[in-house]
Structures are given as structure tokens and as C-alpha cells.
Design a protein around this ligand. Sequence first.
Ligand code: ZN
Length: 482
Amino acid sequence: MRNTETVSSNVYFPICVADSVARCMCQGSIQFNGSHGCSWCLAQGESYRDALGKRRWIYPPTPNLELRTKDQFLNHLSEYSEILGNGSSASSHFGIKEVSPLLIPKFDIVDCLVFDYMHTVFLGVVRTVTNLWLNPNYHGEDFYIGRKTVQINESLANVAVPGYFSCAVRTLNEVAFWKASEWRTWMYIVPVVLSDILQSVFIVHFAKLVKAIMDLSSAAISPNSTSFAERLLLEFTDGIQNLYGKEFCSFNAHALSHAPKCVKNWEPLFAYLAFQFENYNGILLNLFNGATNPAKQISNRIDQLFSSIELSYSMRSISATDYFIKLVKNIGSRKIGVSVNSVSLFGKYRQRYLNSSEKRIFVEHDIPCNQIKIFKHCLVKSNTDAANNNGSTGKRCDSIVEVNGEIFMISCIFLANNDAFCFGQKVCLRELGSYIYKVMSVSKRTMLIKLENVSSKFIIVCTKNSNEISYLVKMPNTVESE
Ligand SMILES: [Zn+2]
């Protein structure tokens, strides 16, 4: 309320991102490891006793899945209410066990629960299949690679990831502690790193998952590529049963089949990636102690935080206020040195005169220039990082960029004649498959590149040693962040 005017606002949210455990709770349905446990279809699944005698609920590939709809879901809920009203003790009906708190206006209780590829793919299917490859219990199987871990670790030690990844991939010695970001990197590079280690039938099978997920998280998604991804995922799911056995037809593998429809409804997968929400969990964890009413504790702490920020405005010293706000808000921002058109150059620069060969390059482009201001890194169009090659560490690399369909290695980022440029050497490639390239050579000729033309950056670099780039894996989009 402001003065005497009352302002009312309706707040709607179109989607809900949750892992499989939380999604079932949000939907009011039983957990995924039970009959009719899928939020999006009526696949029943079946109980299966594995080789060790352990029972698990599996979802063997089923053609022509009957998809749930909101109306059908509400009908099933109504039927369940009647069943209970008649004195039955049924614990659920078509997987529905209670009234969801999300039965609210403008929210579709089926289709607004989106496919969560961080948990389902990276921490789900990719982790499961990899652990299978490494599990000594399967040492007699063709897919067992546990004897090659030293060789694989050598490759992993020479993988550089884009700077926006929260972490580089560690070796298999620490695979039990890998985070989702590392499983994602691993998924992207498996076709390269395991090409001489894992039999091709398993590589080809896994590559179908990689290609499908790459396509579904591409900014340039089309109806054709979505349909193709749908076919690849069905082949991948069928392959799990054929290559590894029925017991590995997990719910996560089944859930893959629902990703394409989610993309048709809600655009590419990166638009509702769980990384950012998951990272915020770390902040929330610091806002309560013990298990007594954590929601209330978090609410109280946030109230205290905002009160203290309000209090800071009464401080006499402006610099003290700024410092205090920075502390309590945990703000960590990059200082922008210069912003030109759609390019932001960061940090301190150093100024130098062009040498004779560099001058020739500028003359060829008819740009008058004698001096340049050199920066270490920049951000193009708010989402694409680029950095000098000599400014990268071994595990991070933002110096390989795509410009008008060609790949370049950046050697120097600079401001010249009031515009943002870089010098780069063209990387000659051979495409091994969508998104994967073998590096044939790096040209010695230096090219002048306008940084605003850097359109695609997110590339993982695999190297045989610290100086030799062997393969590049192109990231499917430039907007994904962690
Ligand atoms: Zn399903």
C-alpha cells in the first residue's frame, strides 16, 4: 500500500524446474521408482530383480507412450477422490496420490513441469552409464574400461573448459565426487577421449545421446532437429536394453523420451537449466541451522539481511555504505575497462605501438592506427567470453572463438581506432561429427578480427599436451551459464 492507494498484482509462473524426486512431490504423484511414476506419461514400468538379487523399478522402452494431459490428470485426481470416498484404501490412482499445491491458474500440472537435463542427463544417465563402464563387477563385459583409467586420466588432464564452467573436469580417481558441470564436460568429450578405448558400438550408442542433447540445447533449434533428436533418444533408450541389459532401463533413461516435447513447448533445454537454481542452494544452506522449520529460519534471515541493508543507508560514509552492501550482498562483479558497441573489455590495459607486420594488417583493412590498448579478456554481446591465448590457464580456455563460420585462436585482444579487435590465427579443422572437430593445423598468418563478430565461443579444447590442441567440441549455445 502506498499512501491510500492499494495495488494488487497477479503473479504467475509458467514453469517449474525440479529434479525427479521434487517434481513428483510438486505434482502430488508417487515417486518415479513405482508404478505409473512418470510425471508426463502413463507408462507403468515393472519390478525387476537384477543379477545381485536386488529389486528395482524399471521402464523398458515402450512404443507409443500414452502421454498425460492436464484434463486427464484432473480426471484421474477426481476418480481417486471418489475411490477414497467409497472407503477404499488405494494409495494412488495412475500414480496420483494427493492434491498438488500447483493446481493453480495458468499452470499446467503436466506440461509446465519441465525436463530437467542437469539431473536427468548429466547426473542421471551419463553418470549411470559411465559407472557401468568402470564397475569391476562387469570386468568380463565388452564395455568394461576400468583397466584403461590411467590412459583416460592422461586425456582428462589435458582438457580445458570455457571460463564460465564452474569447474574443470577432474580425473577418474575423483569420479565419485564429480559435480554436474564435470559430468556435462565428460558427456561432451566421451566420443573423443574414449575413441581408442571403448568399442565403437558403445561409442556410437553414447554419441546418439550427446548429439540429441546438443541439438535440444542449441539456440538454433528447429522442428526438424527436434524430431531428429527424438529419434536419436529413442534409439539410445532401446540401445540401453540391448547393450547393457533390461535392468538398466532406469526412469532417467525413460524420461529422455519426454525431452523433445518439452523443447517444443518451452524452447531449448538451456532456457530452464537447473545449474543456477542449484548453485543458489549453497546460499540457502547458509541461512539456517538445524532441522527445525528451515523455511521460517531462511525467511527470518532474509528479513534481517534486508533490514541491515536498509540500515547501511544511514551510514555517514558513502564508501562504508558501498563496502557494507558489497559484503552482505556477496556481489562479485567484473570491472569493465571499456565498452565499445557490443563488446566489453575488462581490467587494466597496456598500451603499445604496432610493429611493422601489424601495421601492414591495418593498412590492408584501410584502418588508420599506430597504437593499440591491449586487454586480457572481453565479453561479446553480453554472453560470449573471449581471452588472449597466453592469458589462459591450462584448465580454462576462452581463446578459441568462431567468427563467421571459421574458428580462430585469439592471440591479442585490443582497442584500436575506437573499436574492439583481436589478432587471431585460423584453426584448420576436420569435422568428426556434429560439434566435434579434429584440429589439423593452426595457421601462422595473423588475421585482424572485429570482436563484435565473435558469435560462438563455448568450445572445450582437448590437448595431447599443454601446447598442442587435438580436438575441439563446440558448445551448443552461447547463453548457458552456471
Ligand atoms: Zn513417461
